[in-house]
Write a protein that binds this ligand. Structure first.
Ligand code: DGY
Length: 313
């Protein structure tokens, strides 16, 4: 059996895979180049991949023996699931183990944007800290406000639990009544009622550009928009317009479209737009747990056993 891992993962996990399969892996600091992956895939039984790898129909058709794709992420929008289904290729991912870390990060981003923390850091580091001024750098409240959560799966619920600790009222928009806390509302109502909005939906054809100019236009002028889902869920041109005109207060983006966001992006000129490089799950414990689960999925798929976290295709 042959397996390939597209990025460095902990040695323990590599050894577990090597015990079962003839293993090759990409050791570079950047994602594996497309041509390398296309060549490697030809005789693979199993692939452990990252969200930066495009597992599309071309790659799947080059993979004559492939039986399992195990992604080290919960989101699988980089994988052509239909092509996998047609070929009977099983797909694993890493839900649950990252939920709490990502929810912590969502709250961190909300607080940072609402209280203008990056602007304060810049002011101090650039030597612009003047005398204390009662009206300087005023933000908006987070505590006691209404939080609108778009998408109420594991992650939405984890954000909602944290929001309760801040005395927030939770409302959510979701296809199903999945909230442990809060009232489910149509998206339009959520956008106009929420003081702040957190996006946790997966990227699908339904959610792509879900937050467009019209959606942003429904939000409050004092609202912060936090995106911890996928960049293309938000129309960036419309977002920039809303931030420049002040029709929303601020945005905090863990994810962008494209990624990496080019350093010349005009979004980065805005004080009320905070951008971090897709790090919501980036704690050591969480990333190690993700690698472990991705390895467990890969090995179970190679052995034809039940995978701990398999996508239903
Ligand atoms: C995921 O898992 O989909 C995140 O975006 C990265 O942890």
């Amino acid at each position: 059996m042959k397996a390939y891992v597209t990025r460095r993962i902990p040695q323990d996990d590599l050894e577990r895979i090597s015990a079962h399969a003839d293993l090759a892996s990409w050791e570079g600091d950047e994602p594996v180049p497309r041509d390398v992956l296309l060549e490697a895939i030809a005789d693979l039984d199993g692939l452990l991949c990252m969200l930066t790898d495009r597992i599309d129909a071309e790659l799947i058709s080059a993979a004559t023996d492939l039986r399992v794709v195990s992604q080290m992420a919960v989101g699988v929008d980089n994988i052509d699931l239909e092509a996998c289904r047609e070929r009977g290729i099983r797909v694993g991912h890493t839900p649950d183990v990252l939920t709490e870390a990502v929810a912590d990060h969502a709250i961190g981003l909300l607080l940072a944007a609402a209280r203008r923390i990056p602007e304060g850091l810049r002011e101090v580091s650039e030597g612009r800290w003047g005398a204390w001024d009662p009206w300087h750098q005023l933000g908006v409240d987070v505590h006691g406000t209404t939080l609108g959560i778009v998408g109420m799966g594991r992650l939405g619920n984890a954000v909602a639990r944290r929001a309760r600790g801040f005395g927030m009222t939770v409302i959510y928009a979701s296809r199903r009544e999945t909230g442990e806390i809060g009232e489910r509302l149509p998206l339009d109502d959520l956008l106009s009622m929420a003081d702040h909005v957190v996006l946790t939906v997966p990227l699908t054809s339904e959610t792509e550009r879900m937050i467009d100019g019209a959606a942003l236009g429904q939000m409050k002028e004092s609202a912060v928009l936090v995106n911890i889902s996928r960049g293309p869920v938000v129309d960036h041109a419309a977002l920039e317009g809303a931030l420049r005109s002040g029709s929303i207060f601020a945005a905090a983006l863990d994810v962008t479209d494209p990624e990496p966001l080019p350093s010349h992006s005009t979004l980065l000129d805005l004080d009320n737009c905070l951008v971090v490089p897709h790090i919501a799950s980036a704690t050591r414990n969480t990333r190690e747990a993700m690698a472990r689960l991705a390895t467990d999925n890969l090995l179970a798929g190679l052995d034809g056993r039940e995978m701990p976290a398999e996508m239903g295709l």
